[in-house]
Design a protein. Structure first.
Length: 391
């Protein structure tokens, strides 16, 4: 007898994920179809990746046209999508150079290499410590795990890359102390801690970090892997705070569903990477870049305003609802502290045809940025009903 897909996966795929018992086969917009024919409204976007939903016409056209023309070249040659995407990213941010990779962790690896080389050249080889925040998440490689300020990820994988220290989020004094007592090569922040529970940093803290970084010639590194590319209602989340970082790393929503990471370098660090310093075989892959171009070209002011309006709708609908203790986040990156355990809420929502995520002890929503209002309303009504049921 042929094994079911779920059994096959359990048998042969490494057991690193706690998957939901759901096999998905197709999608259109913010609707997903399962193998049993059941339809779901999706509020997860494959963890903030499918920015324009599933099977988006413009994205599919861009990707398939590029795939049929030329799917890969390596970085030994020039291609149009890569160059154009780098230009667009710089124009939208005021940054000067872009390094392309394939994931969020890799975009942070590059950011760390740039900060370390800049600081080593300016201040000496012993200036290598990167300050990040407690409860942060920066990736799963051994170096980005070291950057991640959550001990439970570190256990069993020692020794991690040395030279990372973590200070509590929104604690200006702790940050100042860490910078005073260490030879700091970079300060790395998520403007909204995503995996850490959808917690936005305070304006005061972000501005203080930017001030310290600027005064002491320390690269300010913003991890926009989850918050970037329109997710929070600005092109990048740092733009809410009116700061200009030196290094920005991004991935997730950038490619609209294909693996791509980018590390953006500002004026101060633009010349740090020289031939041979870094590389990636797939980096800047023309198909991924064509997909990313079709995403970024549409993130104009009107579109971002629409993201903000949808965000406001969700906050208003859920704040103060029965069984909802608090709502946090920015734009369409939303965390809901529920009276019931978050896992229970997510499972019950799934049974009622709505897919949500969790982050720590919260229900997390990362819907497609263009989710139809009608789907969003239906899904929020389901969440509200589930939160109040039986409490
Ligand atoms: C998801 C995430 C990463 C890691 O991205 P991968 O593509 O899984 O390597 C890094 N930083 C933040 C803030 C993230 O949300």
């Amino acid at each position: 007898m042929e094994m079911s897909i779920i059994s096959l996966d359990k048998e042969y795929v490494a057991g690193t994920y706690g998957r939901f018992p759901l096999e998905l086969v197709s999608g259109k917009g913010s609707r997903l179809k399962a193998a049993d024919g059941k339809e779901y409204i999706d509020l997860g976007s494959g963890i903030g990746v499918t920015a324009f939903g599933f099977g988006d016409d413009a994205w599919v056209k861009a990707v398939t046209e590029q795939a049929s023309m030329l799917q890969h070249t390596s970085n030994l040659y020039y291609t149009e999508p890569c160059a154009k995407l780098a230009k667009l990213l710089c124009e939208k941010t005021g940054m000067k150079k872009v390094f392309f990779s394939n994931s969020g962790a890799e975009s942070n690896e590059c950011a760390i290499k740039v900060a370390r080389k800049y600081s080593a050249q300016k201040k000496g080889a012993d200036c290598y410590t990167i300050v990040t925040l407690v409860n942060s998440f920066h990736g799963r490689t051994l170096t980005t795990l070291a950057a991640t300020g959550q001990d439970h990820f570190h256990k069993d994988f020692q020794p991690l890359t040395p030279g990372f220290i973590h200070v509590p989020a929104n604690d200006c004094a702790a940050l100042a102390k860490a910078v005073a007592e260490n030879k700091v090569a970079g300060i790395m922040l998520e403007c909204v801690q995503g995996e850490g529970g959808v917690n936005p940093l305070t304006r005061e803290f972000v501005l203080e970090a930017a001030k310290i970084a600027n005064e002491q010639d320390i690269p300010l590194m913003i991890d926009e892997v989850q918050t970037g590319n329109g997710r929070t209602g600005e092109f990048y989340a740092y733009m809410h705070f009116g700061t200009q970082p030196d290094i920005v790393s991004t991935a997730k929503g950038l490619g609209g569903g294909l693996p791509i990471g980018a590390t953006l370098m500002g004026e101060k660090v633009q010349s740090v990477l020289q031939p041979g310093d870094h590389g990636s075989t797939y980096g800047g892959n023309p198909v991924c870049c064509a997909g990313a171009l079709s995403v970024l070209e549409r993130l104009d002011e009107a579109f971002l305003n629409d993201v903000k309006c949808k965000s406001e709708y969700v906050f208003k609908a859920l704040e103060g609802a029965e069984g909802v203790q608090s709502v946090s986040g920015l734009g369409l990156m939303i965390g809901i502290k529920t009276t019931k355990p978050a896992k229970e809420v997510v499972t019950a929502c799934m049974e009622k045809g709505v897919l949500c995520l969790t982050a720590k002890d919260k229900v997390r929503l990362l819907p497609a940025l263009n989710i139809p209002m009608e789907d969003l309303k239906k899904a929020v009504d389901v969440i509200k009903a589930v939160c109040k049921e039986g409490i």
